[in-house]
Design a protein around this ligand. Structure first.
Ligand SMILES: C[N+](C)(C)CCCC[C@H](N)C(=O)O
Ligand SMILES: O=C(O)CCC(=O)C(=O)O
Ligand SMILES: [Fe+2]
Length: 342
């Protein structure tokens, strides 16, 4: 019985999808709509505002703040910030987007000072401040400066002389934390110095930026070479450039050690994959693309696993390392709270 209902629904969905939804003027009974709307520019009375808009058949065009913006009418209805459509306390949408006519068009549009008023066929009014539209439009977004990233190699990084941040100022001042995060966002790595070399202090440091991400390796990992752990990371062997946890749904990044059997692509695609892998590996192994640092007690290194790979030489003797994984969303959130664009 359930099977029947499901396949019936499935059929209907496919039908809808294959037919598509069109907004052709011919579907509308009103004969006037067979003709394109008279398109004309509306200018503001005051020249100082420098705003002009035009109502096209299928979109609204606005020129303001040296930006030409185009808005879909459904988008304009959907982003309505009126009390019935949007809860400004929770910043959540109350409007049921699926209930809006896909072919909706405003009945009237008018500009008052810096506010645009759209009146929809059912009488509902949506108000937009011109600056809000600039900030949230596709075209406005494209002009926005995003947090710059520096593509570096060993020489560029050394010449930049990026300072490490002192443990005390990292923990106790927003400026210290902000400097650290700025470097981290720019280069994908950053250092904190003078950290008491204990697990507790390393944990405190991590918690200052973000939530610690618990994984199968534990919350804080504190390890020395121990082959019983069954992973090259826990040996004294050299560890080639890699990123961690490539096999997670939310991985820290990619890597060759943990790559699973490739069984989802045919032989000719797989060969192209190997060629690409070779090109990437050759780049990664160029000495000028490598930056070697000696980790010593008290020096903590943060690595953005989406940008920078890490590895180590083989070693002899006893060596201990302590660390943890951080949740990316929270690191970026802390950066934003400090006024950085992340
Ligand atoms: C020891 N520590 C927890 C840091 C990492 C262990 C991860 C090992 C694994 N090969 C991977 O790359 O995901
Ligand atoms: O031993 C090291 O320095 C690095 C270890 C490592 O990369 C890992 O555990 O994932
Ligand atoms: Fe690693």
């Amino acid at each position: 019985m359930w099977c029947c209902r499901l396949s019936h629904l499935h059929g209907r969905l496919q039908n809808l999808l294959s037919r598509g939804v069109t907004c052709s003027a011919f579907q509308q009974p009103n004969f006037k709509s067979l003709f394109p709307l008279a398109i004309r520019w509306h200018h503001t009375a005051s020249n100082s505002l420098n705003c002009a808009w035009q109502q096209h058949e299928d979109h609204f065009e606005l020129q303001y703040a040296n930006t030409v913006m185009r808005f879909d009418y459904l988008w304009l209805r959907d982003h309505c910030r009126s009390a019935s459509c949007y809860n400004s306390k929770t910043h959540q949408r109350s409007l049921d987007t699926a209930s809006v006519d896909l072919c909706i068009k405003p009945k009237t549009i008018r500009l008052d000072e810096t506010t645009l008023f759209f009146t929809w066929p059912d009488g509902h009014v949506t108000k937009y401040d011109l600056d809000w539209l600039v900030k949230n439009s596709y075209e406005g977004q494209k002009q926005k400066v995003i947090q710059p990233r520096i593509l570096w190699n060993a020489e560029i990084y050394q010449q930049a002389q990026v300072p490490s941040v002192d443990f005390q100022s990292f923990l106790e001042t927003n400026d210290g934390l902000k400097n650290f995060l700025q470097n981290f966002l720019l280069y994908g790595i950053a250092f904190v110095e003078n950290v008491p070399p204990t697990q507790e202090h390393t944990e405190k440091l991590a918690e200052r930026i973000s939530l610690i991400r618990e994984t199968i390796y534990g919350r804080m990992w504190y390890f020395t070479s121990d082959f019983s752990r069954g992973d090259t990371a826990y040996t004294k062997l050299a560890l080639d450039r890699h990123t961690d946890t490539a096999y997670f749904q939310e991985p820290c990044g990619y890597n060759n050690y943990d790559r699973a059997v490739i069984n989802t692509v045919p032989y000719d695609v797989v060969h192209r994959w190997y060629t690409a892998h070779r090109t990437l590996t050759v780049e990664l192994r160029r000495p000028e693309n490598e930056f070697w640092v000696k980790l010593k007690p008290g020096r903590v290194l943060f690595i953005d696993n989406w940008r920078v790979l890490h590895g180590r030489e083989s070693f002899t003797g006893y060596r201990q390392l302590c660390g943890c994984y951080l949740t990316r969303d929270d690191v970026l959130n802390t950066a934003r709270l400090l006024g950085l664009q992340a």
